[in-house]
Structures are given as structure tokens and as C-alpha cells.
Design a protein around this ligand. Structure first.
Ligand SMILES: Cc1cc2nc3c(=O)[nH]c(=O)nc-3n(C[C@H](O)[C@H](O)[C@H](O)COP(=O)(O)OP(=O)(O)OC[C@H]3O[C@@H](n4cnc5c(N)ncnc54)[C@H](O)[C@@H]3O)c2cc1C
Length: 416
């Protein structure tokens, strides 16, 4: 069923009775050309681009729970392409361009909202770093504006500019950045992939990966063995667990990241704002709740829930920047398991095992990467060679030393 103004009006006249399920709830077949493990945003996007760009449709996405139950449905929905390092710039800009055409491409309202992303700076040194990043972006044809204090004041007059410890001196603005409705991304890609013949198999946990003569032959699952020509891991926070099934140790730690939503209020903030002196970021959802977050909890965990010390830390950051926040009530908060790599950048690569591919290490920023990760991972799986925009995301960079340390934090996964 194609979605359009006419289909919405037609359904309204018929009492909304004829909507069909958005995707086929497929039962697993005996064998597939490609099995993608993980029905998050990345796994579903990979399946879609495998079908669309490479004509591969004998593909299954195996999800241990339901579609959207992982980080794709738990993130704070921010998308941007304001990166400064050569390995990252083309990849994230590809993602931004794919976001810009996504709704037309998959015929789904993902509420792509280019409301702008503003990173605040609080010192001369930070201004210089942001100026350098903005220049690198502009040289690559990406929009970036360095704002002074008055430029920031015009956008967010309510923040504490004169906080003695963290005075706001300006910001780097990417107007094309913004937010996208995260659940709709999962549902939209699932529907579009399913329409092209991909099997979306929910409640199907992969429990083992079979190998013969150095090559994968299939996966053991909670619903039986499934043969596969190629197996693509796209399980975000569970990456180390899946890699452990083939005795691989990844340069990844799993940590909890929490997110928060306040009670709904009238429009307060138009775009996304980040606090440059601590880790705090905020935007406002269309329902009116302020959506915000900060640092990971700082210890390894596979629990999708966080602890009070981080809640206090995030609130302190928020209050230092925007004291008015203290008048709001917190409505809900939750956690997701993050795959933190050692240099803060992702991995999209083959492994040493024939037919086994890895997409992992997304840290804080994997949602914005969803379209490009799917696009480039599909290219790698179909052609067995990396896509030019993801060439830097090799697994062996941790052995060769070609790290992509965008934040300049060193090999400290809890700091990226
Ligand atoms: C609180 C929070 C806020 C965030 N905010 C942002 C943001 O604003 N912007 C941004 O760019 N990024 C953000 N992120 C990061 C982003 O959400 C993730 O990097 C990204 O969603 C990861 O890719 P995914 O969608 O494929 O992951 P997931 O949705 O987690 O998909 C992985 C799937 O694999 C499944 N799986 C695991 N093990 C198995 C198994 N054995 N068998 C079968 N299936 C399995 C899981 O159930 C899960 O559904 C945030 C993350 C969190 C937690």
C-alpha cells in the first residue's frame, strides 16, 4: 500500500478499516543469501539498500525482540554532519543527504526536521577548535556557521550567558542538522525492505554462528538453524557478545546511555543545542517535552537502564546552561546499550572469517549514521569491497594505529 494524501483521505472516509500491516511478519526460511543479525535501524537500512541498490532480496533480518526495541527506538533523535576529520566527513554528509531524501525514497513520514544543531563554545580555545571544524565542513561543501555571542543570543536568549564558570561565548551552527522521529525510521525501513522481498523475522535470537573451513555457513537461532551465504552483524550494544560466538574480541566496550523527557510545555527551543563545557544536549519534541541527555554511565553494562549519579550529572549540566529547566518536571527516562569503540568511531568491515561482516562501534552517534551505515554496509556485503565513504572504518586500524579520534580523547571509550 502506498501512503499519500489520497490514501489517508480514503481511509478516513472508510472508517480507517483497510490499512494493511506495514511489513510481513515473516517466518524464518531454511536458507538465505544474506542473514543480517539485528533489526535495529542499521540492520533494517542495510537490508533495504541490499535490495534496492544491489538487487539482493533473498535476505533475512533476524531480531531477537521486536523491531525498534533497541537503540533505534531509544535515542534522542539528533542528526547532523558536523564532523571535522577526513575519515568522517564524507560518510556523515552522505547520511545527511540520505536523510534529506529518505521520506520520498521509502514513502514514509519519518518527520525529518532540519531545525538546526547548535554547539556552544565557552572559551577562546574551544572557539578555535569549532572554527577549524566549521572550515573543514565548508571546504567539503557542508553548511556551517560560526556564531558570536549575540548570534547565539538571537537563537536561545533564555540560557545563562554569564555563568561565571561557563560563560557562553558563541557557537557552531549547522542549520541542516536537526531531528528525525526514531521509531518511524525503524518502521519505514522495515516496510520498505519487506516490500522488496526481505524477510523481517522478529523474536528470533541468534545464539551461535556456524563455520566450516574458515567460512560462515549459517546461524543457530532460537527458531532453529538458518543457512546463510553471508552473515552481517549489526547488533550495536551486543556486538561483543555476537563476536564472542566466533571467538573474536572487539575493540568495543558496552556502556549504558540514558535519555530524559520532561513534561510537555509550549514551544521553548526551536533547534538542538549542546553545552560545550559539559556533556548536555537538548531539543524539544513535537509533543512539547524537552528531550535531553548527557554522558554514558561510565561503567560496562548490558542493562538497558541507568543509575542516579548520571541523572544528577546530566541535570547539573542542564541547570548550569539553562537554569529555567529546574522549573520542569521529569516525565520519564530510559537507557540503551551503547557499543563504544576505543577511538569513538565506527567499524564497517569484513572480518577474517569468510562471509562474516561487521557493523559496530557507533558510540553516541549511530542514529544519525543509520542511512549511510546501511548504504555502505550493503555495498560491502554485496561487492565484498568497502564503499569509498566508509573506507576509513576498518577493523585493523586498531592494530595499525590509523585511529579516527574525532574528539581527541585518546583510547578511552568512556570519554567519546
Ligand atoms: C539514550 C540514547 C540516546 C542516543 N542519542 C542519539 C542521538 O541523538 N543521535 C545519534 O546519532 N545517536 C544516538 N544514539 C545512538 C544510536 O541510537 C545508536 O548508535 C544506533 O541506534 C545503533 O544502531 P541500531 O539502530 O542498529 O541499534 P539497535 O536498535 O540497538 O539494533 C540492534 C538490534 O540487535 C538486536 N540483537 C542483539 N543481539 C541479538 C541477537 N543475538 N540476535 C538477534 N538480534 C539481536 C537488538 O535487540 C537490537 O534490536 C543514542 C543512543 C542512546 C541509547
Amino acid at each position: 500500500m502506498r501512503y499519500s494524501l489520497f490514501s489517508v483521505l480514503g481511509q478516513a472516509l472508510r472508517g480507517q478499516r483497510d490499512w494493511t500491516p506495514q511489513w510481513r511478519d515473516a517466518a524464518p526460511q531454511e536458507a538465505y543469501d544474506v542473514v543480517i543479525v539485528g533489526g535495529g535501524g542499521h540492520g533494517l537500512a542495510t537490508a533495504y539498500y541490499l535490495a534496492k541498490e544491489h538487487g539482493l532480496t533473498n535476505v533475512a533480518v533476524l531480531e531477537k525482540s521486536h523491531i525498534g526495541s533497541g537503540n533505534v527506538g531509544r535515542n534522542t533523535t539528533i542528526v547532523r554532519s558536523n564532523y571535522g576529520l577526513p575519515g568522517n566527513i564524507p560518510f556523515y554528509e552522505r547520511s545527511m543527504k540520505l536523510w534529506e531524501g529518505l521520506e520520498q525514497d521509502i514513502n514514509y513520514n519519518a518527520m525529518v526536521s532540519q531545525r538546526g544543531v547548535l554547539n556552544l563554545y565557552h572559551s577562546d580555545a574551544q572557539r578555535d577548535a569549532y572554527a577549524r571544524r566549521g572550515n573543514a565542513m565548508r571546504l567539503a561543501g557542508i553548511d556551517a556557521e560560526l556564531l558570536d555571542r549575540e548570534g547565539v543570543r538571537r537563537l536561545v536568549p533564555f540560557i545563562d550567558f554569564d555563568n561565571a564558570r561557563f560563560p557562553v561565548k558563541g557557537g557552531l551552527l549547522q542549520r541542516r542538522g536537526g531531528t528525525v522521529r526514531h521509531d518511524a525510521v525503524a518502521w519505514g525501513y522495515a516496510r520498505a525492505a519487506s516490500d522488496r522481498g526481505v524477510d523481517i523475522v522478529q523474536n528470533c535470537a541468534v545464539t551461535g554462528i556456524r563455520r566450516e573451513n574458515g567460512r560462515v555457513t549459517g546461524v543457530e537461532t532460537s527458531r532453529g538453524f538458518i543457512r546463510a551465504g553471508k552473515v552481517a552483524l549489526s547488533v550495536a550494544g551486543s556486538s561483543s557478545l555476537l563476536a564472542g560466538m566466533v571467538d573474536m574480541r572487539l575493540p568495543i566496550e558496552s556502556h549504558v546511555l540514558q535519555a530524559f523527557v520532561s513534561e510537555g510545555v509550549k514551544p521553548l527551543i526551536d533547534g538542538v543545542m549542546t553545552f560545550g563545557a559539559g556533556h548536555f544536549y537538548v531539543s524539544q519534541s513535537d509533543k512539547g517535552g524537552l528531550v535531553f541527555g548527557g554522558d554514558i554511565d561510565g561503567y560496562n553494562s548490558y542493562a538497558s537502564r541507568g543509575n542516579l549519579h548520571t541523572i544528577e550529572d546530566v541535570m547539573e549540566g542542564g541547570m548550569a546552561l539553562w537554569p529555567g529547566l529546574g522549573r520542569l518536571r521529569l516525565l520519564r527516562h530510559w537507557g540503551g546499550i551503547m557499543d563504544m569503540s576505543m577511538d569513538g568511531s565506527p567499524i564497517i568491515d569484513r572480518t577474517d572469517i569468510g562471509g562474516l561482516y561487521l557493523n559496530a562501534g557507533w558510540c553516541y552517534g549511530g542514529f544519525k549514521a543509520t542511512p549511510a551505515a546501511g548504504f555502505c554496509f550493503a555495498h560491502l556485503i554485496a561487492r565484498d569491497e568497502p564503499h569509498a565513504d566508509a573506507r576509513a572504518y576498518r577493523l585493523d586500524r586498531f592494530a595499525t594505529g590509523h585511529l579516527i579520534d574525532e574528539k581527541g580523547m585518546g583510547a578511552q571509550p568512556n570519554l567519546h
